[in-house]
Design a binder for this molecule. Structure first.
Ligand code: NAP
Length: 278
C-alpha cells in the first residue's frame, strides 16, 4: 500500500519504520524541513515534505500530530484527497477527535496505538514500538466497515493486539490507566521536589531506585501531551481524579488512626487486583 504519515515524531516516525519494514511505501509530512530530512535519513519514510498536498496519491493517511492539531490537519487535507482514501489518527483521546473528523471526512477511522516512551520527536522513533501493544480502533455507526478492516489488518501487521470500542468508552477507560497515572506521577515528582530541606531532598534523589523509577516514569514524559490529555478528556479525567483522591484520603485516615488491619486488608486487595491490568 501507499501510506501517508503526518507528524513525524515518536509515534508517526515509529509507525513509518515498521510500515516500511512490512513492505509498504511510506510518504511523510511534517512541520519542519529538518524533521523531513532526518526522517528520510533514518529510513522512517521513502520521501517527505512540509507540504500536505504531497500525500495526494496515498491510500491511507495516519495523522500523528499533537492531539490539538488533528482535526485542523484533516481540514487542510481534504481538498487534495481521492474520495476512497482512508484517514485515521493516533490521538490519545478519541471522542472530540472522532466526532469532529467523521464530519470532515466520510472515510475516517479513529485509532489509538497504546505504546510510547518518555521521549518525543523524530529522534525518538524506533522499530517494534507497537509489537504486543494494544491498538484501539474506535469506530462509530458511520464508519465504513471495509476501512475498519484495513486499519485493523495494518495494526495487526505491526504485531499489535486489536481492541474495538466506542470513542466514549475508550476515553473513560484510558482516563483510568493512562491519563490518571500521568497526573499522579507528575504530582509525586512535584511533591518530592517541594521538600524544603535540601539535605533530605538530595539524599532522596541519590537513593531513588526502581520503585521511584516505575512510579515517576509517566510524570516525566512529554508535557504538551499531558496537557492535551487533560484538556480533551477533562470530564473522564476529573472523575478518575476524584476516585483517586477518595482512595488516598481513605489510606491517609487508616495511617492517621493507626488502622493497620484495614490498611493491610486494602493492600492485600490491591496486590490481588493488580494482575488483570498488566
Ligand atoms: P511528538 O513526538 O511530539 O511528535 C509529533 C510531531 O508532530 C512532531 O515531531 C512535529 O514534527 C509534528 N508536528 C507538529 N505540528 C505539526 C503540523 N502542524 N503539521 C505536521 N506535523 C506537525 O509526539 P508523539 O508522542 O508522537 O504524539 C503524536 C500523537 O500520538 C499525539 O496525538 C498523541 O496523543 C499520540 N500518542 C502518543 C503516545 C505517546 O506515548 N507519546 C502514545 C499513543 C498516541 P516537527 O519536528 O516537524 O515539528
Amino acid at each position: 500500500m501507499k501510506i501517508g504519515i503526518i507528524g513525524l515524531g515518536l509515534i508517526g516516525g515509529s509507525l513509518g519504520l515498521d510500515l516500511r519494514n512490512c513492505g509498504h511505501i511510506v510518504y511523510g509530512v511534517s512541520r519542519k524541513e529538518t524533521t523531513c530530512q532526518k526522517a528520510i535519513e533514518k529510513g522512517v519514510v521513502d520521501d517527505a515534505s512540509i507540504n500536505i498536498n504531497f500525500l495526494s496519491t496515498v491510500d491511507i493517511i495516519f495523522i500523528c500530530t499533537p492531539i490539538g492539531l488533528i482535526s485542523q490537519t484533516l481540514q487542510q487535507l481534504t481538498s487534495y484527497l481521492k474520495p476512497e482514501v482512508i484517514i485515521t489518527d493516533v490521538g490519545s483521546v478519541k471522542t472530540p477527535i472522532v466526532r469532529e473528523c467523521e464530519i470532515l471526512w466520510h472515510n475516517f477511522v479513529g485509532g489509538h496505538p497504546m505504546a510510547g516512551t518518555a521521549e518525543q520527536g523524530i529522534e525518538a522513533a524506533q522499530t517494534n514500538l507497537f509489537k504486543n501493544a494494544p491498538y484501539v480502533v474506535t469506530p462509530t455507526e458511520k464508519t465504513p466497515k471495509q476501512s475498519i478492516k484495513i486499519l485493523e489488518d495494518l495494526a495487526k501487521s505491526l504485531g499489535s493486539k486489536i481492541y474495538t470500542c466506542s470513542p466514549e468508552i475508550h476515553d473513560q477507560a484510558v482516563a483510568w490507566i493512562s491519563h490518571l497515572p500521568v497526573m499522579i506521577s507528575a504530582s509525586l515528582i512535584a511533591a518530592c521536589v517541594a521538600e524544603k530541606d535540601k539535605t533530605i531532598l538530595q539524599l532522596a534523589q541519590k537513593l531513588a531506585s526502581s520503585g521511584f523509577k516505575d512510579t515517576s516514569r509517566v510524570g516525566g514524559g512529554n508535557p504538551e501531551l499531558g496537557v492535551m490529555m487533560a484538556q480533551y478528556n477533562k470530564t473522564a479525567l476529573l472523575q478518575a481524579l476524584r476516585g483517586y483522591r477518595q482512595q488516598l484520603e481513605e489510606i491517609t485516615e487508616y495511617i492517621n488512626n493507626e488502622q493497620w488491619d484495614a490498611l493491610e486488608k486494602l493492600l492485600m486487595i490491591t496486590q490481588e487486583k493488580r494482575s488483570p491490568f498488566i
